[in-house]
Design a binder for this molecule. Sequence first.
Ligand code: MG
Ligand code: MG
Ligand code: MG
Length: 321
Amino acid sequence: MQHDVVYVVGHKKPDTDSVCSAIVFAYLLNEWKKVGCKIMKVEKEAVPVIQGEPNAETKFVLEKFGFSVPEIMTNGEGKVVALIDHSDKVQSLDNIDKAEIIAIVDHHKIGDVTTPNPILFINFPVGCTATVLKFLFDKTGIPIPQNMASILLASILSDTVVFKSATTTPMDKEIAEELAKIAGIDDIIKFGVEVKSKLSDVSGMTARDIIMRDFKDYNMSGKKVGVGQIELIDLNMIENRIDEIYNDLNNVKKQGAYHTVVLMLTDIMKEGTELMVISDEPKIVEITFGKKLEGKSVWLPGVMSRKKEVVPPLEKTFANL
Ligand code: MG
Ligand code: MG
Ligand code: MG
């Protein structure tokens, strides 16, 4: 690792947005270094890095548009960094307090990193960091190369689940259309389904892999709750594995001493979630979602987003238990 560079890095457990937006923001910083930038002075060369192995979807996107996988870097000590798609210490590099942060580009709630000096900190409440990046290109008059427009578009389609997530804004759609024009991609939806289908192939995964691929722990009014999500193009793809997944979700609950474990099996095309819940107090499902568990799970039409539609109402139920 070099010391005279800016490392541009997304969050831990990288997703397509955090990898592709890091690659593209590093490019933008280097363009600013070359031609100057009216927002900030850029003196160091920027290099994208990632905190862990990219997932199958991200690998597909990088390969399709001719990008190599960035190097893995996990320690921020003594580094100059730009943060992409996060501003929470727990999601960031180890020893992020001992790094110098020069920029943050994000679309989440504001996290807990702090800086001694003013920095470029741009955060829109939109569906994807790539949307914010496109704004930065336009505002500073830097054209986006075709292959970079392609991976930014893929990031928007990934984060917004092809515009079906509740996090999608009109700005995401507008910018996706602009990027598609630059990228020469005619059918945005078809491309989005192609991108999302890469994480839908779970045939080679164990039940535990499926549960843990995107699993987060929460403390809900003193109770340990785990909520996982898997997004599939078609839920029929795992129909014959439901019992196996349910049994292992039970093991996860016991092994982790959870009060409640939830697994969202989200059907991207049908726009809804089959919610699997194992809880010490199963009534929380009916209180939270107004529907009873029928056997192992319950179908919630329209529910796609863990952070907007599942975690907040669950937290409310736990607070009132
Ligand atoms: Mg992300
Ligand atoms: Mg994102
Ligand atoms: Mg995400």
